[in-house]
Structure formats: C-alpha cells, structure tokens
Design a protein around this ligand. Structure first.
Ligand code: NA7
Length: 538
C-alpha cells in the first residue's frame, strides 16, 4: 500500500475504547448516546471480558448477581432474570451478550483485535492507536477498559514445553468442555480460580493432586437458586436498593454488627461468627468494624476459621496445611463450594509447595522436593498480572514520547485512578488508585463511565481539546491511597492487590479503600472545575 493510501486507511474516532467487557460495553452505549464517534477493540471473539475468558469449571462471581449487574437501564435490570445467587460464568457471559444485543453495541466493537500501541502526538493532540494486525486509528480520546484480571500469569516453569499431557490456564480456558474422566490431574494454585475449580475436577478425575503455595481463606458461598418472590421484592424498588448498597464500604450490601470485635464477649463473638459463616460470602470479613483494621481483632476471625476448618477436614495434617498464615481479608477471600470437603475424598492429595517450589515439569508430571508426581493434565490456576498488567502489555506513549512502562517502573499510579499524568486524554476505567477490585466492580465501572462521559460532555461544551492530570495532584493522590491502605490489613501479605504475586513487580496497592467517599470526592472535584486536571482550549 502506498503511504497515501495507508494514511487514508487511518480510522478517525472521537474515542477509541480498549476492551469490550462490562466497562467497554457501557462505554460504547453511553458515549454513543452522547453523540461521540466510538469504537471498541476487543482481543476476544465476543463481549464479556473476564467472563469470556474464564471458562474453567466452577467459575462464578463472588458478589451476589442482583448487585453485580448494571443499573444504568431500568428496563434492563427489570427484564434480566438471574437464576442463582452467584451466577456462573456461562450466565454472566449470556448477560453481557444480551446487553450487547439489546443496545445494538456490536456494530461498534471490533473483535479478535488486540491493541498493541497507543501514541500521543504532541502537535495534533490526538492519539494514534495501532492494532496487532497493523490497523491504525486516530482518536481524540483513548479509554482503557482493559479489566483488572485480564493478563493471565503463567509462571515460566522449567520443562513445561516437554510435558506430553494437556495443560490449561484457568484464565484462558478452552471453549469446548474439558473432560478429565479417568485422568490424573494436577491443579497448581489455590486462589479463587483453583479453589472454585478443584471440587468439580476432583469429582470427575481419577486422581487430583493440588499444589498449594499459600493456603487461602475459603468461605462457603451457600449458593442457591433465586426464588421468584425474592427477586420480585428486590425489583419492586431496585433503584432505591441500588442506591442503598452504594452507601456500603465496598459498594454492595452486607450484614455487619458495625461494632468492634472487642465490644462483645467471646461467646457472643462466636455466635456472630457462626451466623456470618452460615450466611457465607465475601463479607464475612465485614461482620465486625475492625477486622480489616486491627490485627488483634483479625486474629479472632483467624482462630474461628481454624476451628471451622478442623471440623470439616478429617486429616489433621491436611487441615494444618490448609490453614492460612496471614490476616483474613488481606488476600481476597475465596467464596467457594465444597472446597475443604474435597480434601476428604480418597482421590485428592494436597502437596505444599510453600518451602519446596515446583522444581521442574517433566514429560510426565511435576517434580517437587525431588519427587515426581505423574499426571495426565495440569491446570494452572496461577492468577493474573492484575490491574496495570493488561495496560503495560501495550506500548503506550504520552507527552514527549514518555513510555507508560517507564513512568510506572516504580509502580502504577493515576490521578484518582482515572488518568496518569503526562498522558492527556487517556482514561482508565477502574484503573490503579481507584476502588476497582476493592469494590463491587460493576458499580465502579458505571461510576467511572458516567464520570468520564460527563467530563467529555463538559469539554465539548467549553471548547476544550485536552484534559491532563496534574503531576502533583497525581502524587498526592498516590500518597493518600497508600496511607489509607497502611491503616488496614491489605499491605500485610503478598497479593495481586499489591502486585506482589508477580516476581519483580513493584509492591504498590492498586485499589483505593474508600468507597463511598471516593464517589463523593470525584463529584466534588468535578464541581470544582475538575480540580487537579488541566485543560487546553481547542
Ligand atoms: P490468585 O488469587 O492470584 O491465585 C493464584 C494462585 O496461584 C495462588 O494460590 C498463588 O500462590 C499460586 N501461584 C502463583 N504463582 C505460582 C507459582 N509460581 N508457583 C506456585 N503457585 C503459584 O488468582 P485467581 O485466578 O485464583 O484469582 C484471581 C481473582 O479472580 C480472585 O481474587 C477473584 O477476585 C477472582 P500465592 O498465593 O501467590 O503464594
């Protein structure tokens, strides 16, 4: 193609959106409605993001579906029927597909297209975005709707290429069902993905060997089929309920005493923990007001947890190995079904790799402490390079050619979790420094998309061409995010919230622990003419 023809092949957009998960879908919907010319680029073959890729057995959301869902359309939230308290991945994917169809979003989404780079042109004030197939797009704004958990982490195990069986990463699961019947299977990793999948794999496989580096807290989900009367009761005043849920610290409702552990006698405490266990779910960690703040309070929850574990797991040595050694809530709690019970099965073995890592992978299995475990298939449930991971897999360059990889070499930071300084007109949805994973992320997505749409509207009416975050405002925000985290248990262990699950990644808290104040603060900043941002006139 001649240079002239190439130039004419550049697509012109107001907004280029990276990703068509729940954030990308709502961006396409809202920005199009506001009259912006948009297009979303999606690496997957369909919409859904996380729920498109994570097809492993047992994959479910860990926030109740009546709350982990969009509220931007009253018609949508009235007509959609969730079948279970915690929807499975196939149902979540159907929901995303329904949204895409109902609002005719697919015509502005390009599938099977990965964005490889985005470069800001100082002279024109526009972004040049390139796809992996060499297509080029010129856009005034770029919005990264790349998701928190979309860059799978497959550690470089020695010898993996020599393995003669099949191996899988939970975050890149095949579209066809995988049948483990009659097989010896290894699961590596016991975060949510490993813990949700291994009870189902154990029920199917001949033998399951679980390789655990860090024991996690797994709280029962007590998932159930939703009853029509209960759903109808919620839908009668859905908007009011949504509003009420967003007043809770993590943007979803939960039961709490609202008081310190130490305001109760040990007997009362035990009853409260028992009731919280019987309800199940993520917010076991919110039953007292100080569990995430005070190590002594947290220790009471750990002790209760240990008693529960001992009562379920019949082999005391296995129970010991399954006992976490860090503060409850520091890593994301796993909301599971039959996880501990699975270790009572005769075909399940737990191998600790805490002190003796996987040495290598052979054609026939895995070697730990000099012993070879022969398997037919390996499931790597080894998590993700979270938050900044998917962003940094692209080559993003801002003012004066500044590479985002260089700017973030000491840790990712964005002013308000919305925009990195030095990168005008580049927004992140649920980006580093926003509540993201430490909130009901659907609510954080809607809040960010609404906020950005309003900001773009305001710029258009005020004749502004560029918005950029002030360097000092960004630094002050990063200090604030860190200072809040330092008052909690979240920095007391290694987790993907901190990036410390990835060797060499700077250890920085990625999520702002401060919903609902965060939403109020952003609204106030907009009211103060977007304090901390600078604008350039057209
Ligand atoms: P997680 O929660 O990051 O879990 C990954 C697991 O894999 C965890 O047990 C890790 O142990 C283990 N892991 C990671 N690298 C290795 C190596 N090199 N060797 C052995 N074991 C390893 O990811 P998930 O996909 O389960 O869940 C992510 C989120 O998705 C979850 O929190 C929910 O929000 C949904 P470690 O703990 O690092 O010692």
């Amino acid at each position: 193609m001649s240079p002239a023809a190439q130039a004419s092949a550049v697509r012109e957009l107001d907004v280029a959106i990276v990703g068509a998960g729940f954030a990308g879908l709502y961006l396409v919907y809202l920005l199009r409605q506001r009259g912006f010319k948009v297009r979303a680029y999606e690496a997957g073959g369909d919409v859904g993001g996380t729920w498109y890729w994570n097809r492993y057995p047992g994959c479910r959301v860990d926030i109740v579906s009546m709350e982990y869902s969009y509220e931007f359309s009253e018609e949508l939230q009235q007509e959609w029927q969730w079948s279970e308290k915690y929807a499975t991945q196939p149902e979540l994917l159907r929901y995303a597909q329904h949204v895409a169809e109902r609002f005719d979003l697919r015509r502005d989404i390009q599938f099977n297209t990965r964005i490889s780079s985005a470069t800001f042109n100082d002279a024109s004030g526009r972004w040049l975005v390139a796809t992996d197939s060499g297509e080029q797009v010129s856009a005034q704004f770029v919005i990264l709707a790349t998701g928190i958990l979309s860059a799978p982490n497959l550690p470089p195990f020695d010898g993996l290429e020599s393995f003669t069986g099949d191996f899988y990463h939970t975050g890149q699961w095949p579209h066809e069902p995988v049948d483990f019947s009659g097989q010896r299977v290894a699961v590596v990793g016991t975060g949510s993905s490993g813990s949700q999948s291994l009870p189902l794999i154990a029920a199917q496989a001949e033998q399951l060997t679980v390789f655990q580096r860090t024991a996690n807290y797994v709280i029962p989900a007590y998932n159930e089929t939703l009853q029509p009367e209960a759903v109808a009761a919620i839908k009668r005043d859905y908007p009011q309920r949504r509003q009420a849920s967003k007043l809770f610290p993590f943007a979803f409702s939960f039961e709490t005493t609202g008081k310190s552990v130490f305001e109760f006698t040990p007997e009362q405490r035990e009853q409260i923990y028992e009731a919280a266990w019987a309800r199940g779910g993520l917010m076991f960690m919110g039953v007292f007001s100080d569990l995430l703040l005070d190590p002594a309070a947290n220790a009471t929850a750990q002790a209760f947890f240990r008693r529960k574990l001992d009562s379920i797991v019949s082999n005391p040595l296995t129970a010991e190995m399954l006992t976490p050694d860090f503060a409850l809530g520091c890593k994301r709690l796993v909301v599971g079904t039959d996880f501990y019970e699975t270790f009572n099965r005769p075909n399940v073995e737990l191998v600790s790799i805490k002190h003796t890592p996987i040495e290598r992978i052979t054609p026939d299995g895995l070697v730990v402490a000099g012993k070879e475990y022969k398997v037919d298939a390996i499931v790597f449930a080894t998590g993700f390079d979270a938050n900044s991971g998917p962003i940094l897999r692209m080559d993003i360059r801002g003012r004066n050619g500044l590479a985002l990889r260089d700017k973030w070499s000491g840790g990712a930071s964005c002013y308000l979790g919305l925009m990195p300084a030095g990168f005008p007109n580049l927004f992140t949805i649920t980006g580093p420094g926003s509540p993201s994973a430490l909130s009901n992320v659907l609510k954080s997505i809607e809040q960010h998309v609404d906020y950005i749409a309003d900001c773009l509207d305001s710029m258009r009416s005020n004749g502004q061409r560029l918005i950029e975050a002030d360097e000092q405002a960004e630094q002050a925000w990063a200090l604030h995010v860190d200072a809040i985290a330092a008052q909690t248990v979240f920095k007391s262990c290694n987790s993907w919230y901190l990036g410390s699950n990835i060797p060499g990644k700077p250890r920085v808290i990625s999520a702002y622990i401060g919903w609902p104040e965060y939403a109020e603060e952003l609204a106030q900043i907009a009211a103060d003419d977007y304090r901390g941002f600078r604008f350039t006139a057209a």
